[in-house]
Write a protein that binds this ligand. Structure first.
Ligand SMILES: NC(=O)c1ccc[n+]([C@@H]2O[C@H](COP(=O)([O-])OP(=O)(O)OC[C@H]3O[C@@H](n4cnc5c(N)ncnc54)[C@H](OP(=O)(O)O)[C@@H]3O)[C@@H](O)[C@H]2O)c1
Length: 207
């Protein structure tokens, strides 16, 4: 006996598809039979900077109607508070918060009636590290946005994936995450599959 329905192929836009996380998310979604449109500044089906609101408009105009938007991009400055400038906190907001908010704000009227958004945050919301105030702030803001937006956009859905450091990224982060458990990026990618194919909304999938 088969329990549950089979997968219905979707058209999905993936921002940051060429990165460590994005590559794994791309593999996981295409393995499920979905049609994934890849987006990045220097590589991808569409080349644009999603921190520019007018380029998000261009993204939606060029891609047409999609069933899901998944984001695996977003950057913040890493510095101690005493070394951060006011502008760098604004850069963090622009790089990871306003950019992802814009995908939802502009996308609500454009994606499928029961479509979904999957955003990226990270462990620093709940487990801070030195030099990570901007990252913690940005991640927390996105998670709060996800919970709030979910109650407004139904039956469309929005979730966040909030992974700890990836096993594959440990070397790049040096001693920043020493002693903290890492997660394989393939596991984080499965949370995107869960968000895109599932029925939940307003969730933060902590890994
Ligand atoms: N690495 C980790 O251990 C880890 C753990 C938890 C959470 N995260 C979060 O996961 C996200 C991705 O991390 P990652 O390690 O996979 O990063 P990454 O390897 O640097 O990949 C980022 C991808 O996003 C694209 N991108 C960056 N800025 C963009 C922009 N403004 N517009 C369009 N595309 C853009 C990049 O391509 P282009 O340069 O060509 O644009 C690249 O393909 C980040 O938000 C990070 O905070 C990472």
């Amino acid at each position: 006996m088969r329990i549950g329905s089979s997968v219905i192929a979707m058209k999905i836009v993936l921002i940051g598809a060429g990165g460590t996380l994005g590559t794994a998310v791309h593999s996981a979604l295409t393995a499920r039979g979905h049609d994934v449109v890849t987006v990045g500044r220097s590589a991808g089906d569409l080349r644009l900077d999603f921190t520019e609101p007018e380029q998000v408009t261009e993204l939606y105009e060029r891609v047409g109607r999609v069933d899901a938007v998944a984001c695996a991009a977003g950057s913040v400055p890493w510095r101690k508070i005493t070394e951060m400038t006011p502008q760098q906190y604004l850069d963090a907001f622009r790089g990871k918060v306003a950019s992802q908010v814009e995908l939802v704000r502009q996308g609500v009227g454009r994606i499928a009636e029961r479509g979904s958004f999957t955003l990226i945050t990270g462990v620093l919301t709940r487990e801070p590290v030195v030099t990570g105030t901007a990252a913690s702030l940005a991640n927390g803001a996105v998670e709060a946005f996800v919970r709030a937006a979910a109650i407004e956009i139904a039956p469309q859905r929005v979730n966040a994936v909030s992974p700890t450091v990836f096993t594959e990224s440990l070397a790049a982060y040096g001693n920043l995450f020493t002693g903290m458990e890492a997660v394989d990026v393939a596991k984080a990618a499965q949370a995107y599959v869960r968000s895109v194919e599932g029925a939940q909304t307003g969730q933060v999938y902590a890994l």
